[in-house]
Every structure is written in C-alpha cells, then in structure tokens.
Design a protein around this ligand. Sequence first.
Ligand code: C2E
Ligand code: MG
Ligand code: MG
Ligand code: MG
Length: 288
Amino acid sequence: EAKRNKGSGVVVFSGAQEQALTRKHAIERALVSSNLEDEMYTVFQPIVELRGRRIVGFEALGRWANPQLGEISPMSFIPLAERTGQISAISRILLRKSLTALKDWPEDVYVSVNLSAHDIANSESILRLLGIINESGADPERIDFEITETAIVQDFEQAKTALNMLRNLGANVALDDFGTGYSSLSYIHRLPFNKIKVDRSFVAEIESSGSSFKIVKSLLMLCNDMGLKAIAEGVETADQLRVLRQLGCNKVQGYYFSRPMPAGDVLPFLDSFDAHEAIEAANPELKR
Ligand code: C2E
Ligand code: MG
Ligand code: MG
Ligand code: MG
C-alpha cells in the first residue's frame, strides 16, 4: 500500500512498489525505443474439440522479448501500450506474425487473435487489419478475433460496426473472458458475436464452488440456445475437464492439454498429440 504522509502530500512507496514502478517506466520507455517488429512474437495454445477429439485451432498470445528487460508479459505491456497508443502498431505486428504461422498449418486448423479496444475503436484501424489479412492471403474463415468486454464499453456503436466488418469478411468474432464483466449478457445479443470464451475464473472453481458450476452450466445452455459456440478457458485438471464434458461443453483450452508454444512447435505438436488419449484419460468411467 502506498502511504500518503500526513499533510506533506508526499507519497511514500515500499521497496517492492518502487521496483514495480521503475520496471513499468522502463517498459513504457522501451515501448517507444525498441524495434517491436523484431522483439514481439506470438505463442500458440491449442483449442481442443472434445466430441471430434481433435485440435481445431490455436490462440495466438502476444509475447515481448526485450534485450534489456527480458521477457515481458502481455498483462503488463498490453495495458501500457493501450495508454501510449502503440497498441495498434503492436496488434498489426502480432496479426501479421500469427497469419504467417497459419500458412504452415493444416487447412482445418484456425488461429484466434486477441484484439484491444483501440483496434476496434475506429474504422481506419479495422481497415488496416483487414488489409493485413488480405495481404497474407489467409482465408478469413480460418481467423477468430477475441474481444473482451472492456474493449466494447468504450463505444458500443463503433464496436458493432467493427465487429460487423470482421464478420462480413467471413472471420469469427468471440467474446473473451465471458462472464467477468458487467454487461456480457447484453453484449451477446446486441453484437454480432458467434463465439464466447468462458472465463477461466469459473473453470478454476468449477468443482469447489457450487455457484461457479451453476454459472458455467447456465452459460453453456444459453450459448447453445443462442447458437453461439462456447470455449472453456483455463482447463488445468482432468477433473475440470470431466465436469465440463458432463455439462456438454465441446471446446476447451488450457494447461491440461498444453501451455502456449512457439510457432515452430505447432506442427510437431499436431503430429504427436493424441487428443483421444488426453480426453479419455480424464474420464475413465466412459472409456470403451
Ligand atoms: P486471454 O486472451 O484470456 O488469454 C488467456 C490467458 O490465460 C493467456 O495468458 C494464457 O497463457 C493463459 N492460460 C491459458 N491456459 C491457462 C490455464 O490452464 N491456466 C492458467 N492459469 N492460465 C492459462 P497470457 O498469454 O499471459 O495473456 C494474458 C492476457 O493478455 C490475455 O488473456 C489477453 O487478454 C491479453 N493478450 C495476450 N496476447 C495478446 C495480444 O496479442 N493482443 C491483445 N490485445 N491482448 C493480448
Ligand atoms: Mg483471448
Ligand atoms: Mg480469455
Ligand atoms: Mg483473460
């Protein structure tokens, strides 16, 4: 806790806070001075279809390896880049790299790319993303865009226009971290989403908390009724997978199957991964 010295107006920080702040400032400076094109890259986490027992796609997650600062988490650089306005340039770099990776994958495997508020905040930035898709030659139907609620609250009408542009191209649009915000429910029927990603906080508590279980159950039923595809995020254990299967969830993602991997590992992973084995291991009583 930062303490304000009585009357002096001076804010006194603890050593740890001061270090965090120093790193934050260093990251902000590095965002401006670094060669982001070279230093930013994406890692890929498989999305598994349970009924089909196969990997249907990979989520692309941004990473930043800076020579001075080392590996920087997207949880720290994305919010900073959103404030400095560099997020759009970063999103373009990461989209380009994700689509380059996609070129090497089997045709029935898609890539899911995260977008920020800025990326959908005006038609020009959306048009630039559409330009990148066009240049890459990628089939837009093999691209999902993940958008969190916080990206929408800023300008609902503009978000709607942006999402429609992506859908009209043939891409899929997923509401990310579903259930964590204040207006998820109103967004899914007022915006052209065709997928939702159930937030991992619910999955983490699916066995320990009766209410998380009921929330996931209801969300899955709602998605089913509304014709939305649901993906459960953050599946870490066989037990969580078992419960999700019982609830009829068809798509999952999480450390239980794999951590995000570098682009070069994707094809070997597709070759060696035994989805049937991984899924059935979580459900011995259903083994045939
Ligand atoms: P997200 O889009 O919800 O991505 C899922 C996050 O959960 C990723 O963290 C992933 O590594 C992590 N994760 C996956 N499976 C598990 C699991 O089983 N257990 C746990 N505990 N975590 C799991 P990451 O890569 O650190 O990304 C964090 C967030 O940063 C993302 O959340 C997304 O909101 C944002 N982000 C990441 N890459 C990008 C990007 O390229 N652009 C934008 N705009 N945002 C990004
Ligand atoms: Mg995501
Ligand atoms: Mg998410
Ligand atoms: Mg998240």
